[in-house]
Design a binder for this molecule. Structure first.
Ligand code: F6P
Length: 323
């Protein structure tokens, strides 16, 4: 079923949805963030939150009941804590929607009310399906339960984002190779962004760099940069800044100005360079930065992995030990 139909069916059963909660781990909870950000900014009534799955399991919010929708996501569908959260949310009577790429996974078998099987391996756009579908669900919740003036602009954005991702990744391999050559020996790399993209910085730092490249890393909101992290800036300290188009761009620009002032080593991935706002309406452009910038970063990470001879699939603990 499509996001619109799923939310319509839930509304036919329960007109009084009071909360929407996003649950997942690692890249999956980060991928749900743009949807949370969108709803938090635009909803006047519905309470919105997100949890890493075991936080949800051990300290379950009291609001989980038949007046709530829980969206759980696990790419491989086998992360035990996300499966457990799905079962728990169902038991508490919530409407549960699960996202995964594996239709026969433990998550699928946890019997959510709605299972959305998304793509991943086909191309860069497909890697962003989970994030985009979660945002579509959030938009439908807002529009159907409260009304949303920019609904049509969002639909236009959804129609354009996948093609824009595919066009954008075509041209960036030379820059990605340059990034790889200049960052491959760094011992630590810091990531920051703002707005809907703030957890792209988080996911890049904890998953692509720490997990998949074993490179030390830190990440923070570009606004928070001035409330602690900027003290470590000096010439050559490596940063990656995800620059948004939209309302929070001044926050990103302020951080960039500071980094340049003290000659930090900074790579800027700027949605503007890929024409995001020429394709997507100004009113809603903020929410589409994370899809585009995640895809660009993936190309950069792939080149880094090749330059370091350290495949993105290499692990020493994950899925190898009991933990
Ligand atoms: O539940 P998922 O999305 O399959 O995630 C499993 C693992 O994949 C990552 O998201 C990225 O490898 C990890 O952070 C996480 O532990």
């Amino acid at each position: 079923m499509l996001p619109k139909e799923i939310i319509k069916e839930i509304k036919e059963k329960e007109t009084d949805i009071k909360s929407l909660i996003f649950v997942g781990c690692g890249a999956s909870i980060a991928d749900l963030y743009p949807a949370k950000y969108f709803l938090e900014e635009n909803s006047k009534e519905i309470r919105v939150s997100s949890y890493t799955a075991n936080e949800f399991n051990y300290a379950t919010p009291k609001s989980v009941n038949s007046n709530s929708i829980i969206i759980t996501a696990s790419l491989g569908g086998a992360t035990p804590e996300t499966v457990e959260a799905t079962i728990k949310a169902k038991k508490l009577g919530a409407y549960v929607i699960s996202l995964t790429k594996e239709k026969d996974s433990p998550l699928a078998k946890a019997n959510p009310d709605y299972l959305i099987v998304h793509g991943f391996g086909k191309n860069y756009a497909s890697k962003l399906e989970k994030m985009t579908i979660a945002l579509q669900l959030a938009v439908e919740v807002l529009n159907q339960f409260e009304g949303y003036d920019a609904y049509q602009e969002m639909l236009n954005g959804f129609n354009k984002i996948y093609d824009l991702i595919e066009e954008s990744v075509l041209s960036i391999v030379p820059q990605a190779k340059e990034f790889a050559a200049t960052y491959k020996d760094e011992e630590v790399v810091y990531f920051m962004s703002s707005g809907a993209t703030q957890n792209v910085a988080y996911a890049t730092s904890i998953c692509l760099f720490m997990e998949m490249q074993w490179i030390n890393s830190g990440n923070f909101h570009a606004g928070e940069f001035f409330h602690g992290p900027f003290e470590i800036v000096e010439e050559g300290v490596p940063f990656v800044l995800f620059m948004n188009e939209g309302k929070t761009r001044p926050i990103d620009s302020r951080a960039l100005t500071f980094l340049q002032r003290f000659d930090a080593k900074v790579t800027v991935l700027d949605a503007k360079d890929f024409g995001l706002s020429s394709e997507i309406s100004k009113e809603v452009v903020d929410y589409f930065n994370p899809m585009l910038l995640t895809a660009i970063m993936r190309v950069y990470a792939q080149q880094l992995a090749e330059a370091r001879n350290h495949p993105l699939t290499k692990r020493r603990y994950m899925w190898k030990l009991e933990y």
